[in-house]
Design a protein around this ligand. Structure first.
Ligand code: KET
Length: 455
């Protein structure tokens, strides 16, 4: 007897199923001897015959707390909607900005017929790495001159953090990393998945809307010797609160005395003050003392290269010999992860950093972005004062960088989204870079209503 090969009855209603059944009838009438001897053909678990997915147990994951805000914003048909979620710069017209200097560098790249699309080395574009180290550590950094730093091109800030964390999990004696409370929402996930164990140190004081410096010193003071400490180089996300230079110096002394290992996240160099050098001061203080540290750099914000995914990880070591060995191990981390990094964004950055004119043009455009954000802070502050909105809003003008940590609670945020179509993260963070003179009054109205109507 021939095996009866059809899809289960009652389920062959779709055209695809009907075509499959026709194929099966054909196969069973003209079946080969192999089929005759093999009487029972049962569908394999992954075959088209099976109706239940092998992935049917997979549960729906929540949207990302930051990038999910954009997903919700995109679905809203309202003409007055405003996306203040993700930290991405917008012009006064509310449009994404490609820097002029980036356009020029790209044109140069396109015009250069000698350029090819070969794979980069595992650690990326050598010139980009050299220039990135100079940018963050300073052109005159003794650590650079002594070849004590290894710099590898990675996939923007996130990729640099991840590669650094994977390296530490494999080669460093302490697996605990202390991150500030609060911090960028992706930090705990990046570090945990890399194999580190995440603990927090006190950072922000909601009562003063400023730094909890005492709490920070106590928590780092009681961390186990050798623990890794994640530090935001400048423009702390989400709070917009940075230590003063004197406080940085105290943090440095404490960390060095306890042999804590600094891991800097530098995603906003130039965005805090408008000056690339001033915003790298914290990192440079730690390098100047001759000690070791890691730094993850991102060009997403300061060059507006968000989607190009261009960044760098530097590991500052005691000697050139150690740095060389560390670099050899970084290659072993990167090769099985993504093999080697993309060429385009790094070439843009290298073209800008190597050329005196393009570099100075970049600093002017960067300062203009930082200044526009500062002006948005003043306009929002003035608009709330003009409305007599209850509360002290001076933190809006005191905080630094791309974000204002408003102090609005999640219920008030939900209210503002529902009633005013204003999209922001549920912790009350707003991206000042997403505001413009035109949209400030709408945001001020929304905050005023939220504060006076929602507890
Ligand atoms: N570190 C910090 C502190 C940070 O805010 C971001 C991005 C990154 C690293 C990573 O950026 P990358 O694009 O990988 O270079 N923050 C914004 C975007 C995001 O969440 O991805 C944000 O907080 O809105």
């Amino acid at each position: 007897m021939r095996p009866e090969l059809t899809l289960p009855t009652g389920q062959a209603s779709s055209p695809t199923d009907r075509r499959l059944n026709a194929l099966l009838r054909h196969l069973s009438s003209s079946s080969s001897s192999a089929m005759d001897t093999n009487n029972s053909i049962s569908p394999s678990p992954t075959s088209a015959f099976q109706h239940d997915s092998v992935f049917s147990h997979v549960v729906q994951a929540p949207e990302d707390p930051i990038l999910g805000v954009t997903v919700a914003y995109n679905k809203d048909p309202s003409p007055v909607k405003l996306n203040l979620g993700v930290g991405a710069y917008r012009t006064e017209e509310g449009k994404p900005l490609v820097l002029n200097v980036v356009r020029k560098a790209e044109q140069q790249l396109v015009n250069d017929r000698a350029r090819v699309k070969e794979y980069l080395p595992i650690i990326g574009l050598a010139e980009f790495n050299k220039l990135s180290a100079k940018l963050i550590f300073g052109a005159d950094s003794p650590a650079i001159q002594e070849n004590r730093i290894t710099t590898v091109q990675c996939l923007s800030g996130t990729g640099s953090l991840r590669v650094g964390a994977e390296f530490l999990a494999k080669h460093y004696h302490q697996r605990t990393i202390y991150i500030p409370l609060p911090t960028w929402g992706n930090h705990p996930k990046v570090f945990t998945l890399a194999g580190l164990s995440v603990k927090t140190y006190r950072y922000y004081d909601p009562a003063t809307r400023g730094l909890n410096f005492q709490g920070l010193l106590e928590d780092l003071g009681s961390a186990p010797a050798g623990a890794i400490v994640l530090l935001h180089a400048c423009a702390h996300n989400p709070t917009g609160v940075d230590p003063t230079l004197q406080q940085w110096e105290q943090i440095r002394q404490l960390m060095r005395s306890k042999k804590l290992l600094p891991f800097f996240d530098s995603a906003y160099q130039g965005f805090a003050s408008g000056s690339l050098d001033a915003d790298a001061q914290s990192v440079r203080m730690f390098v100047a003392d001759g000690g070791e540290c890691l730094a993850a750099q991102s060009y997403a914000k300061n060059m507006g290269l968000y989607g190009e995914r261009v960044g760098a990880l530097s590991i500052v070591c005691k000697t050139a010999d150690v740095a060389g060995k560390v670099e050899s191990q970084l290659k072993l981390v990167i090769r099985p992860m993504y093999s080697n990094p993309p060429i385009h964004g790094a070439s843009i950055v290298a073209a800008i950093l190597r050329d005196r004119n393009l570099y100075s043009e970049w600093t002017i455009e960067l300062k203009a972005m930082a200044d526009r954000i500062i002006s948005m802070r003043h306009q929002l502050y003035d608009a709330l004062r003009a409305r007599g909105t209850p509360g002290d809003w001076s933190h809006i003008i005191k905080q630094i960088g791309m974000f204002t940590f408003t102090g609005l609670n999640s219920k008030q945020v939900t209210f503002m989204t529902k009633e005013y179509h204003i999209y922001m993260t549920s912790d009350g963070r707003i991206s000042m870079a997403g505001l413009s003179s035109k949209t400030v009054p709408h945001l001020a109205d929304a905050i005023h209503a939220a504060v006076t109507r929602v507890v």
